[in-house]
Ligand binder design. Structure first.
Ligand code: 6PG
Length: 240
């Protein structure tokens, strides 16, 4: 099914992409805090968001009302160079006065990814005080791989079909990853994709196409009940 109700903006370069992403995040942050006295955001990993996190670290914000989660995590310790948690801490969270209890990393140290997925699900249910259904994040930040994956929802993997859990085990080249499920992402008030680079252009054309295989291009499955915003640089948008 084609992605309906998405907003797509193409920005001139990385600086403009960072600026616009930050603008959207800050706007949704202030709205959430004004209405619910807190802001819950799930971060994406990879390389694209790093300059955005660096920019956010210089903002003066009510950090005690902001709660940081991750939409996916590699199955490595939080100190490993591949850790999404480590990247966000180094680029942003270590530079601000945010209470450690407001940072909610996915534990990846038990040696049993399924067990860690269950544990994080329990942590989310405890935080959002919801024993069933799917909690609503204020904003979920996502990237997209050059194969059309997002979070750790990779093409033709079992994770794409999980609809009864919040967290599941994704799989990239036989390496486990922990990831939000499709229904959890789609419950968000706002899903913000930030995609840059010419290596994303052909997958993006398929993700936005009227017809394409959702199993092959998992980002097509992200159709939230709330806002769906795609921020692209010109290189990523070249084939649209
Ligand atoms: C991860 C991310 C992943 C990422 C895309 C794009 O754990 O790597 O969550 O979904 O967003 O792979 O990565 P780049 O921004 O590095 O291109």
């Amino acid at each position: 099914m084609a992605i309906e109700n998405k907003t797509v903006e193409v920005l001139a370069d990385q600086a403009a992409l960072v600026q616009r992403s930050q603008e959207i995040i800050l706007s949704r942050l202030h709205t959430a805090i004004a209405s619910r006295d807190r802001f819950t955001i799930a971060l994406s990993g990879g390389s694209t968001p790093k300059p955005l996190y660096e920019s956010l670290s210089s903002q003066s914000l009510p950090w005690s009302k902001i709660h940081i989660f991750w939409g996916d995590e590699r199955y490595v310790p939080g100190t490993h160079q591949d850790s999404n948690q480590l990247m966000a801490r180094q680029a942003w969270l270590d530079q601000i006065e945010i209470p450690e209890m407001n940072i909610h990393p996915i534990n990846t140290t038990s040696g049993d990814p399924q067990q860690d997925a269950k544990q994080h699900e329990a942590e989310l249910r405890q935080f959002f005080q919801t024993e069933s259904g799917f909690p609503t994040f204020d904003l979920i930040l996502l990237g997209m791989g050059d194969d059309g994956h997002t979070a750790s929802l990779f093409p033709y993997t079992e994770a794409l079909s999980v609809s009864d859990r919040l967290i599941t085990v994704g799989n990239k080249d036989d390496q486990p990853r922990l990831t939000f499920t499709i229904p959890l992402i789609n419950q968000a008030r706002c899903v913000l994709f930030v995609v840059a680079g010419d290596n994303k252009s052909s997958a993006l054309k398929q993700v936005f196409a009227a017809q394409a295989d959702e199993m092959q291009y998992p980002s097509r499955l992200i159709q939230p009940q709330g806002e769906l915003l795609w921020l692209l640089d010109q290189a990523a948008a070249a084939e649209l």
